[in-house]
Design a protein around this ligand. Structure first.
Ligand code: CA
Length: 234
């Protein structure tokens, strides 16, 4: 093994597991594989991988149970790999502490982008808040936290306090999907169900931010799950 990040693949479909493994190896990651949930939990404890790709549909154990078990003692990034159309599983996994998800079938570049995002986030977290940036830029969008100023192509965007809060929240988790529930709790507090307000605010944000609000490039919708601020432009 080299000193590159170690990624654990938990997947009981051998074809998919080998496919992912080949992609990761050719991108210089170290890889460990297991098809069993139980074994995954013990491998995580003994090898401390830098990231886990976790299939939810395992033969011996529900992937959700694996997630719960691992989350009891470590915050290591977990990206859930799930079948298309299983939005409720994805939301449950995210709410139980998964960091992101990728839907089968997925492309190589999408998988690698998710992994880079998670590794960056976990590095940032271990450095603490001292190095927190005063601003963030993605494409032509810039958010200056210090000045509380949002601009696109240098032109200032006027936002309501709630719209600003939502943008800041998404940008703090840039590249990651945030569930509706998570965003609502962060913005309106734990006892509200402001899904309609969230949708209205998001529509307003897009109208102000996006050249074409129907095809947003900065904040994308994850159907049935939530929203994601895009981190890497192709
Ligand atoms: Ca499976």
């Amino acid at each position: 093994m080299n000193n590159q990040p170690l990624i654990l693949i938990v997947e009981d479909d051998e074809g998919i597991s080998n496919f992912i493994s080949a992609i990761l190896t050719s991108n210089n990651y170290n890889v460990m594989k297991t098809a069993k949930g139980k074994e995954a939990v013990s491998v995580v404890a003994s090898y401390c991988p830098d990231l886990i790709l976790l299939d939810l549909g395992l033969a011996d154990m529900d992937g959700i149970e694996v997630l719960k078990a691992i989350r009891q003692w470590t915050s290591i990034p977990i990206v859930v790999v799930s079948a298309r159309g299983h939005e409720r599983d994805k939301v449950e996994a995210l709410d139980l502490g998964a960091d992101d998800y990728i839907t089968k079938p997925f492309g190589t570049s999408e998988l690698l982008a998710r992994i880079r995002t998670e590794l960056r986030h976990s590095q940032k977290n271990s450095l603490g808040h001292a190095l927190e940036a005063e601003k963030i830029a993605v494409g032509e969008l810039e958010i200056n936290y210090l000045k509380r100023r949002v601009s696109v192509a240098g032109k200032e965007i006027h936002l309501t306090p709630i719209e600003y809060k939502i943008i800041v929240l998404l940008s703090k988790y840039i590249g990651r999907v945030l569930t509706h529930d998570f965003i609502m709790k962060e913005i309106w507090g734990p006892y509200t169900n402001e899904i309609q307000a969230l949708r209205v605010n998001m529509a307003n944000i897009r109208r102000k931010l996006e050249a074409n609000p129907a095809e947003p490039i900065y904040i994308v919708t994850e159907v049935g799950v939530g929203y994601r601020m895009v981190e890497e432009f192709k």
